[in-house]
Ligand binder design. Sequence first.
Ligand SMILES: [Zn+2]
Length: 438
Amino acid sequence: MKGEILIKNAKLADGRGEHGSADVLIGEGRILSLTGGDASTVLDATGKVLSPGFFDPHAHLREPGQEVKEDLQSGLTAAAKGGYTDVVSMPNTSPVVDSAEIVRALKEKAAQIGRARLHPAAALTQGQEGKILSEARLLREAGAVMLTDDGRTNEDAGVLAQGLQYAASWGLLVSVHAEDAGLRRGGVMHEGKVSFRLGLPGNPAYAESARIARDLEVVRYVIQGPGMEALRSGKSLLHIQHLSTRRGLELIRQGKQDGLPISTEVGPHHLTLTDEHLESLNPIYKVAPPLRTRTDIEALVEGLLDGSIDCVGTDHAPHTQDEKELDLLRAPFGIPNLEVAWPLLYTELVLKRGFPLPILIERFTDGPRRVLGFSPIHLTEGAEASLVLWQPNNQRPVEPSAFASKAKYSPWEGWMLQGWPVLTLVEGRRVFASEPLL
Ligand SMILES: [Zn+2]
């Protein structure tokens, strides 16, 4: 059998488990064989691990209109470097992604760039103003995979209920930034001991849990409507973005036990950093929702382990250096993390805490794919060759100056991590290769 790339001696690990070493022959966009064969390019992957490509359900790539922060070229290159083959982009751009034309234009441009694949999310409401629903059917036909007003909160529960019904009828998932705007107010960090000591406006954990509680009641209401049973068919209708609190997790876990069609994600920062980092007053730690406490981290890790949390979503949210260097009150929320998410969580969860590797891989691959209605990718003959090869042993520090993202800063700067991707393939095509492999 003749292929294009032969990856020799790679250890295989996917969402189902670890499968020992194999010689993986790739051609025609697929895994042709796991027992070798002829290929024009042969790579020795001894000591490296081959996994399905990562899928990010939540990234801000800032195009159109905010290219000073990030654009498709830099964002999708950063994603490929981070081992991601697929990225869902958020629609809170300028203009907002609320029309089929913009969705199509984004998809066409991303295809030309040829790095990670782009799956645009579109706005749930026109202009993300929370009033008039956008055209779910047209957005779906243009290639949108999700409807969300992320960047903003959905204050009107009636609009959310209608949006869920409408989106479900066109097979679209709705995702929400679940924070109660009234409880959050002007909070710039988690409300607790640290915010009180610093005298900074706090954002209480209850801003998130109160909104999740309301949204779950909206889902309970919506699924009782006529015809909804057939539309659900086991899929998630409502996805709660960037979960940050123990209390929010408890509500979601209960909702899932009650059979609600819901899903959720957690970000790398909410699993590794706490509000105590804000003691430095450095806005590099300013994210929305805010960094919480050690107790929240423990609960979120447990939720990721037991499946209450379906997937890891980066919430990659780049801003310019100038914006991020404003004082803590004025600096915008968000950090870039597409390029560190995998090595960070591999190091901090798998290596340091014994979190099972296949489960972490599942939360980066099958989990998000399932939430969004995509087929899983497993390492079997005939599978789509959208894959990442990564290095479990080589330790190296996070170096933001080398980021492909335009945002060249990181709260993890200098952290020594393992698990760095060295090769990312999208349907057998190299979209990232570290230098020794070029
Ligand atoms: Zn958000």
